[in-house]
Design a protein around this ligand. Structure first.
Ligand code: AMP
Length: 403
């Protein structure tokens, strides 16, 4: 169902309560080390204030667990945002209460007010009705532009929406829904998904769900060794999650080597320590020596994966192929990143999600060669699983508004 966009709302003179994701990394001096999330919010911020909306921004930062914590104040974000927008911007030292109400009442069209960290109140994560009601009283229109938190039913993503009849997607949220929605519901085929990372627990549901929908699912990263072990191979000291052996076995039974949709690596890089200086070897997955650790996909697997990606018209990628933080074990991740970037150049729609994959392509300087880089790690995984995200469900459907 298409969601109402902020572009379709008349915001002039209205108080537009907008959930953004300003959860930026700060160093020990509370200096913002990466302002990407602030920059990403600018199209929505500008759209609202340029049309005379009174913009009230709210976000969380870190995990203060319901306590006021000056180290997690959004004040540095307010300062950075003020440098980026020309409209008058104020910062409130709380997100509810008298000071906030007074500041909101004093706002003029085009003004911006950034509220203090929502998670200084336990009510935010508890989705408390009292906190929801108080926060909701600040806005005439609700906008959610924080895709990365849309999978959480918190006050600022769900609770407040009970009290505000007009609930729209911001421009960044809209971009996410369009790119991911197309891959989920109507992908140009062949549709190839590439999944990596260490923790199989966080991705097993996605693996099951994608297997029903993709033309090929390529699995690398630490997760692959649980599959190998499940198929009876020795994996040495590689990471294995015993809890998922039975499930992996079940999934493997549905595919045959070299056939079917689930494609696993055929070789791997092994070392005796997770250390750049440790001697590393390429071995077939059937020959992982005892006491050695599998830390990356091998060159034959890179060729296999590259061929699949080269033929794809849609690619979804989440998770590194190996311990990419160490240059000795980063080649697989880099090769996959390059193959996907090449696919974009040939006209495929390519989507990357998850902090590690995005970090890898940023390090390689090729972030501009992907169709869409999702701002939501966990949220993009749940979305691609086909699950309903509470923060998205809470927005108005276009049909609902038209009717
Ligand atoms: P995840 O949080 O599950 O997405 O996993 C990301 C992490 O997986 C990264 O920090 C990688 O270093 C790690 N990783 C990838 N491949 C392996 C592997 N073969 N063994 C251990 N960790 C891995």
């Amino acid at each position: 169902m298409k969601k109402l966009s902020i572009r379709d709302c008349d915001v002039k003179g209205k108080r537009v309560l907008t959930r953004v994701d300003f959860n930026v990394p700060l160093d020990s001096d509370r200096v913002i080390t990466d302002d990407t999330r602030i920059i990403e919010s600018l199209p929505t911020v500008r759209d609202i204030v340029d049309r005379g909306g009174r913009l009230i921004l709210m976000s969380h930062l870190g995990r203060p667990r319901g306590q006021k914590n000056p180290e997690l104040s959004l004040a540095p974000v307010a300062a950075r945002l003020a440098e980026l927008v020309k409209n008058p911007l104020r910062f409130a030292h709380d997100c509810v209460g008298d000071e906030v109400r007074q500041r909101v009442a004093a706002m003029k069209d085009g003004d911006i007010l950034l509220l203090e960290n929502l998670r200084f109140h336990a009510g935010e994560e508890e989705n408390s009705p009292a906190f929801s009601k108080e926060l909701a009283s600040l806005g005439d229109i609700y906008v959610n532009d924080a895709f990365g938190t849309a999978h959480r039913a918190h006050t600022s993503t769900v609770g407040v929406t009970e009290y505000i009849p007009t609930r729209a997607a911001g421009l960044l949220m809209e971009k996410e829904l369009k790119a991911l929605g197309e891959a989920l519901n109507n992908p140009a085929r062949p549709f190839v998904a590439v999944l990596g990372g260490a923790k199989i627990a966080g991705k097993i549901d996605l693996i099951k769900s994608l297997l029903e929908r993709v033309d090929a699912l390529l699995v690398g990263g630490g997760m692959m060794y649980t599959f190998f072990k499940a198929s009876g191979l020795e994996v040495g000291k590689s990471i294995v999650d015993e809890k998922y052996l039975a499930m992996c076995k079940e999934l493997l039974a549905k595919t045959r080597p070299g056939r079917g949709r689930l494609l696993l690596p055929v070789d791997t890089i092994v070392a005796q320590e997770i250390d750049d200086n440790a001697p590393a070897r390429e071995v077939s997955i059937a020959d992982i020596p005892e006491d050695w650790i599998g830390l990356d996909i091998g060159p034959k697997t890179v060729d296999l994966f590259r061929a699949q990606i080269a033929g794809a018209k849609t690619v979804f990628w989440n998770g590194p192929m190996g311990v990419f933080e160490k240059p000795s074990f980063a080649e697989g991740t880099k090769a996959v990143a390059r193959a996907i970037a090449d696919a974009t150049d040939r006209g495929a729609k390519t989507i990357v999600g998850g902090g590690d994959s995005v970090a890898a392509i940023n390090l390689m300087g090729i972030a501009n060669r992907f169709t869409h880089i999702s701002t939501g790690g966990g949220a993009s995984l749940e979305f691609m699983e086909g699950r309903t995200l509470p923060g998205i469900e809470a927005l108005c459907d276009v049909a609902e508004v038209a009717g």
